[in-house]
Write a protein that binds this ligand. Structure first.
Ligand code: GAL
Length: 684
């Protein structure tokens, strides 16, 4: 018998669940009570150990203001407990009941154009509405008081996907909230007028009450007003989360609290949110119809690990089979669901839940997949796959204490994302995610694991990485510029993309030649921006004479100590430098002043990694994803075959495949969509 290494309680993401979490959203209130016993039986059969309960149950729990009906929920929690299923109990505040809107129409959200949104869906609330917050607090308090000490309770799930459908509200209440937020930020109107540069277009404010959200307007809106509104909205939703969290914490100090994220979701600054969560959880719905979607999926998993500061995180939702909300809802092929689960585990998750347990028979999600499909569990491929995955995951507790490690980091900042994608820039075609993915993909292809770090990372935080990538940092705070410079000074390698270091946190240009905060570090000055017309490319020549192309953007720059790595070979700036390398004290800073084609960026990143001594986890054929989770001397090699054909891998160390129990000494063969987890022999 192989030794089982139990995870220690201190390392557990969910202390009451010493296993990889497996289960899903459970919406029993959509079903007659007779079905519940069958649910419990099937959950046991499928190896389910955690369900998310009550996410959208507000109207059922509180059919009239203050009139609670908990009897059904009591029966459910007792039933689940008796069945050995733990509960991730949700506050139902993502779906306010109709009575709230009727009594408080002002609690409904308003669009930029002034349209008040109506009922009949979900998330119909303004995050700053006092009526909403009071009602949300009241139902949360009642739930917390009633269930804080229920033995089935393992995790609190606050609301659901904050800001998913209403990223911003523009109502009168939000206008007042914005004014208050601005007073706290700027203290005086003089400071606000200065920060917003209101000398422009007669935008000066003489009273706080004159200030409005950036509603639909005749022409371009003030950029700092827009940026501050994005900050204010992220904070407004965060205040809703904090309100509920405090109530839950007061009743159950030992139960961790989460709210589910949505990958790289622009409206919410997840770094700020993550700092306030006990467990980082995410909902992942990669489209099986999109080629290489596993790369963006991996990237989101890596972000979650970054948000969790390297600790385990939870894949809160994915579909067993298909979603219902795309124009065409491709089905996961046999084996794909399993493969994608292991991808999350490979990148640091300690469990995976699904949306949802039983496919709904009515409502707008009736064609969404579930563990239990409409056809039932007899002769159901989906059910069979879910059940066998549950059995398999139950044998893998030993990986829980191991962590995914990386030597390369990508710096990602929400404020800069917001500012970068505002209007009235030299090109409206620069999109942060395009840039991040362009830097991430070549590393993914080589099986070099990447962490995500925030712009607030200190030089010591960064010093853990051999290479730091900054695909774009349009908005740069002075402290970030200093931290990045210190990191390179002390021997780090940095690669920075174009249109970085352009403005400060007020979206004012850093004067002194672009990119002023990084000129010394990069050893150059960008004199002009030459955006390239949509669809056009220009030739790019590397120092060794090989040819590539670039598009979207061309910096026209002078070198001030940097050496050229590539030059433009077209346009009036032919012969000018496009890509540079600069030795800065003990480190090296690279700058990419254009959007090079994939081949060039791959080559550049390979050179940087080679110089920095960053090696792939293992040399593997294309389409094979490999990561390692490590704890002490033990390491687990995850190998995932995303490709359409069988593939084999030469192992660096022999070990035992946890999924088959077989020993692997030299090579590992993987069928299409195949997975292996090799517990590598400890080198003696
Ligand atoms: C998520 C949401 C779930 C469900 C699911 C369907 O975004 O949190 O409640 O709607 O999508 O894919």
């Amino acid at each position: 018998m192989p030794a089982q290494h139990a995870a220690t309680p201190a390392s557990l993401m969910i202390p009451r669940l010493p296993h990889l979490a497996y289960g899903g959203d459970y919406n029993p209130d959509q079903w007659p009570e007779e079905v519940w016993a069958e649910d419990a039986r099937l959950m046991r059969e499928a190896g389910v150990n955690l369900v998310t309960l009550g996410v959208f149950s507000w109207a059922r729990l509180e059919p009239r203001p203050g009139g609670f009906d908990f009897a059904w929920m009591d029966r459910l929690l007792d039933l689940l407990h008796a069945s050995g299923v733990m509960v991730d109990l949700a506050t139902p505040t993502a779906a306010p009941p109709a009575w709230l809107a009727r009594a408080h129409p002002e609690s409904l959200p308003v669009t930029r154009e002034g349209v008040r949104l109506g009922l009949g869906s979900r998330e119909a609330f303004c995050p700053n509405s006092a009526a909403y917050r009071e009602a949300a607090a009241s139902v949360t308090r009642a739930l917390a008081e009633r269930y804080a000490s229920h033995p089935a309770l393992a995790l609190w799930h606050v609301s659901n996907e904050y800001a998913c459908h209403v990223p911003e509200c523009y109502c009168e209440t939000c206008a007042l909230a914005f004014q208050g937020w601005l007073r706290r930020r700027y203290a005086t109107l003089d400071a606000l007028n200065e920060a917003w540069s209101t000398a422009f277009w007669s935008q000066h404010y003489s009273e706080w009450e004159e200030i409005t959200p950036p509603r639909a307007a005749p022409a371009q809106l003030n950029p700092t007003q827009q940026l501050d509104y994005a900050r204010c909205m992220s904070d407004s939703y965060l205040a809703c989360f904090e309100l509920e969290k405090a109530l839950l914490r007061a009743e159950s100090p030992d139960i961790p609290i989460t709210t589910n994220f949505m990958n790289f979701y622009k409206p919410l600054d997840y770094w700020a949110w993550a700092a306030r969560e006990d467990v980082i959880s995410n909902d992942a719905y990669p489209d099986p119809a999109v080629a290489e979607v596993e790369i963006t999926a991996a990237m989101a998993h890596d972000l979650m690990r970054g948000l969790a500061r390297g600790e385990p995180w939870l894949l809160m939702e994915q579909t067993p089979s298909q979603v219902n909300w795309r124009p065409v809802n491709a089905l996961k092929r046999p084996g794909q669901m399993r493969l994608w689960c292991y991808q999350a585990l490979a990148r640091g998750a300690n469990g995976t839940l699904f949306f949802q347990w039983r496919a709904s028979r009515a409502g707008s999600e009736k064609f969404h997949g579930g563990f239990v499909p409409h056809v039932g569990t007899e002769r159901s491929r989906v059910w069979d796959e879910m059940r066998s995955l549950g059995a398999e995951l139950a044998t893998l507790d030993e990986i829980m204490a191991a962590r995914t490690r990386a030597e390369v980091a990508i710096l990602l900042d929400w404020e800069s994302w917001w500012a970068l994608e505002l209007d009235s820039h030299p090109s409206s075609e620069i999109a942060l995610m395009d840039r991040v993915q362009a830097f991430y993909a070549p590393l993914w292809r080589r099986n070099i694991t990447v962490d995500f770090v925030p712009a607030s990372a200190t030089p010591d935080d960064l010093a853990r990485y051999r290479v730091v990538l900054v695909p774009n940092l349009y908005l740069t705070r002075a402290a970030t510029a200093q931290a990045l410079s210190r990191y390179v000074e002390r021997g780090g390698r940095l690669v920075m993309g174009y249109f970085s270091g352009i403005v400060n946190e007020r979206d004012h240009i850093w004067m002194g030649g672009y990119p002023a905060p990084f000129r010394a570090l990069l050893g150059l000055r960008v004199e002009e921006f030459a955006p390239i017309a949509s669809g056009a490319t220009i030739p790019l020549r590397a120092a060794d004479g090989s040819s590539f192309t670039c598009d979207q953007w061309a910096d026209v720059m002078d070198l001030e100590g940097a050496e050229p790595l590539a030059t433009y070979a077209g346009e009036w700036y032919a012969g000018r430098t496009a890509v540079t390398r600069h030795t800065f004290m003990d480190g090296i800073a690279y700058y990419v002043g254009t959007r090079p084609d994939t081949a060039y960026l791959e080559r550049l990143l390979r050179q940087v990694c080679d110089e920095a001594g960053v090696k792939p986890e293992i040399e593997a054929p294309a389409g094979l994803e490999v990561t390692r989770r490590m704890v002490g001397e033990r390491s687990y090699l995850f190998a995932l075959n995303h490709g359409p054909a069988a593939a084999s891998l030469r192992l660096a160390r022999p070990g035992r495949d946890l999924l088959t129990g077989e020993r692997r000494t030299t090579t590992l063969d993987l069928a299409p969509l195949g997975v292996a987890i090799i517990a590598e022999d400890v080198a003696r």
